[in-house]
Design a binder for this molecule. Structure first.
Ligand code: ADP
Ligand code: MG
Ligand code: ZN
Length: 476
């Protein structure tokens, strides 16, 4: 690979989370009865006119501002003409020559340092419907519920040089969209989809090689694997003296390979022209200012603030801020109790693991930030052991509830009282005379064994520091 370098540019389609479609008032709800959210406008009846949804413009502009784009005062909707059964109008309304946003960038924190990837453009467009093929019945169905659902397409410059770059860029982009509240970022349901353009060139060569466009990757892992496969495939071709063909290739996740789907269309194949049914979109600068004022703190700046304000390692700050809800949870817990590093450890291990196992978001979790703060405080105060705290966390994760009350009720308080523990220590020593003898003869490693036995007798409630001290005194 040393003699070649990969060049990657990404096209991302993000579904905007508006209530209604982009040019009509039909609902955008996912999972409804097929063809139940359809009207004459989105089903392409003649003689009806599209009306632009203002919320779509707001969401698209907010994304443009968040990635430092220039917001064009005037942009134009264009028809992209092609035939497909799920596209009843025979064209898709998109933007072509005059898009809404241009010249932005996404800054990504990578292991080797910060990288910046250019954004060429962001434009608004409508989604097409869905074809559902049923080989068993030998028929195909068309569901038009998705027809006219608003999308933004975010096109990057060919600035990435590895699958890792591409995935880091995508994760950051997704995180920004979700922070803004304009897209739910769900890759499996297709609200965040990515096509990857990839070519290779000999190291040092300026000119770009011929690219393939990869489709059908619905997780970050797929993107990584598809690009790895494709880069290796193209290098093999060149090494064998063959040429890369410009084409669209589908990723097959089961086989882990990309396969040709069709020759790549060129823009001129689509006969783009300005949509005569829609006037050019002219933005009042006051709107843009208002939307700019509504932007939340974005993941990049928030990551920096988590490092400087809470003294967290860069790794923790990155994990905690990737999702807005998780970052909010962290800040609420720290506001309650302080101890940011301890809170961070709990979130990064226990909380995130439980959230991913249950599929819940941090804000939906019944065990809220106040409860976590209370739990960490009890450990710090010596009221419960770390081990018991983990059990309480698991116990209360789904039901919620006050951990202090729970510990009191179940009698889980840590035993630090020397007289209460002495009995347990004595019993362990009298039950294990051989080990005691070996210990006195120099096998000091047995200390851990004795501590473990005492913990067992006390069901994990003994304060390990006190147990150690007592044992040392008895055995000394
Ligand atoms: P199209 O509209 O046909 O998909 P564009 O020219 O708009 O093509 O480019 C789409 C994406 O492909 C962009 O993200 C761009 O950065 C990327 N790209 C263009 N040429 C190359 C290349 N030779 N190698 C890798 N990526 C490329
Ligand atoms: Mg393309
Ligand atoms: Zn409609």
């Amino acid at each position: 690979m040393a003699r070649y370098e990969a060049v990657i540019g990404l096209e991302v389609h993000a579904q905007l989370g508006t209530e209604s479609k982009i040019f009509c008032s039909c609902s955008t709800r996912f999972g409804d009865e097929p063809n139940s959210n359809v009207c004459p406008v989105c089903s392409g009846m003649p003689g009806v006119l599209p009306v632009l949804n203002e919320k779509v413009v707001e969401y698209a502009v907010k994304m443009g501002l968040a990635v430092d784009c220039r917001i064009n005062g005037k942009s134009v909707f264009a028809r992209k003409n092609y035939f497909y059964p799920d596209l009843p109008k025979g064209y898709q309304i998109s933007q072509f020559e005059e898009p809404l946003c241009e010249h932005g960038r996404v800054v990504v924190e990578m292991e080797g340092g910060t990288k910046s990837f250019g954004i060429t453009r962001i434009h608004m467009e409508e989604d097409a419907g869905k074809s559902i093929h049923s080989p068993a019945e030998n028929v195909s169905y068309v569901d038009l519920n998705r027809t006219g659902v608003p999308l933004i397409e975010i096109v990057s410059e060919p600035d990435m040089r590895s699958p890792e770059d591409a995935v880091a860029y995508l994760k950051e982009l997704r995180s920004i969209l979700v922070y803004l509240g304009v897209c739910d970022g769900n890759m499996e349901e297709g609200s965040f989809r990515c096509d990857a353009n990839v070519s290779i060139r000999p190291l040092g060569q300026e000119e770009l090689g011929t690219r393939a466009e990869l489709k059908n990757m619905n997780s970050f892992r797929h993107v990584q694997k598809a690009l790895e496969y494709e880069i290796a495939r193209q290098i093999d071709l060149l090494e064998d003296g063959e040429a890369v063909v410009q084409e669209t290739r589908l990723y097959d996740a089961d086989k882990g390979v990309t396969q040709p789907m069709r020759g790549k269309e060129e823009a001129h194949d689509y006969r783009y022209f300005p949509d005569p049914d829609l006037v050019p979109l002219v933005l009042d600068p006051a709107w843009v200012d208002k939307w700019r004022g509504e932007l939340p703190e974005l993941p990049g700046p928030r990551r920096g603030r988590f490092e400087s304000r809470y003294g967290l390692p860069a790794y923790d700050a990155g994990v905690l801020t990737a999702e807005r809800e998780v970052a909010d949870y962290f800040e609420a817990a720290v506001a309650e109790y302080g101890e940011p590093k301890k809170i961070s450890n709990w979130i990064m291990t226990d909380l995130l693991r439980q959230l991913s196992q249950t599929g819940l978001g941090a804000s939906e979790c019944a065990f809220g930030p106040k409860s976590l703060a209370g739990l960490v405080r009890m450990v710090d105060e010596g009221a419960i052991s770390q081990k018991i705290a983990k059990d309480v966390f698991l116990e209360l994760f789904e039901t919620g509830g006050d951990p202090e009350a729970y510990v009191r009720e179940k009698g889980l308080t840590q035993i630090s009282d020397t007289s209460a523990l002495e009995a347990a220590v004595d019993r362990v020593l009298s039950e294990n005379p051989k080990e005691v003898e070996a210990f006195r003869a120099g096998k000091k490693k047995l200390m851990a064994f004795f501590v473990g036995q005492v913990m067992r007798k006390t069901k994990g409630q003994a304060n390990p520091a006190v147990v150690n001290e007592l044992l040392a005194r008895r055995l000394g």
